[in-house]
Design a protein around this ligand. Structure first.
Ligand code: HEC
Length: 134
């Protein structure tokens, strides 16, 4: 009985080392959130942006997913600022100050660095799993 326990324990140790040494640090957010990002995050929650927008697919569906809005082709800080500060016919104008707007943009850029929200079709293998290295 003791031998079996020992074998299981050793297998557990080897497996744990294997799992942790394979942890890909490049997938973690590049920076921890600075003051501006945290302030933007608070405004995001106070104004309930999530009620219409998703981050990683979670949130309301009236507006688009904003996980990677900051790096989408043709979109830059200016583009995001204009939407956030003035709204559109479909998105409300929240009368945000310049600093609130800049902080929200900083927040969205920070979220963007945390990964991709959509898995490209070519990354899905025949088993239905994702190959995240593509
Ligand atoms: C009532 C729903 C609603 C709320 C609340 C809302 N939005 Fe929007 N948002 C929209 C819609 C709808 C669009 C698309 C607008 C269009 O195409 O006219 C949009 C577009 C955007 C875009 C441009 C996205 C892109 O990729 O083109 C940004 C950035 C954005 N919203 C940020 C925010 C932020 C930040 C907040 C919170 C302060 C917020 N939104 C709150 C509905 C909303």
């Amino acid at each position: 009985m003791f031998r079996l326990w020992l074998v299981l324990f050793v297998v557990f140790l080897v497996y744990s080392c294997f799992v942790y040494s394979n942890c890909d640090k490049s997938r973690l957010p590049v920076t921890s959130p600075d003051k501006s990002v945290v302030a933007g995050w608070n405004t995001w929650q106070q104004k309930n942006c999530q009620s219409c927008h998703q981050i990683y697919g979670l949130g309301g569906y009236l507006g688009p997913d904003l996980t990677n809005a900051a790096s989408a082709p043709g979109k830059d800080d200016k583009y995001l600022k204009i939407f956030i500060q003035y709204g559109t016919g479909k998105m409300p104008n929240f009368q945000l100050s310049d600093s609130e707007t800049n902080n929200l943009v900083a927040f969205l850029k920070w979220v963007d660095k945390s990964g991709k929200s959509r898995v490209p079709k070519e990354s899905v293998t025949w088993t239905g799993n994702y190959n995240l290295d593509n």
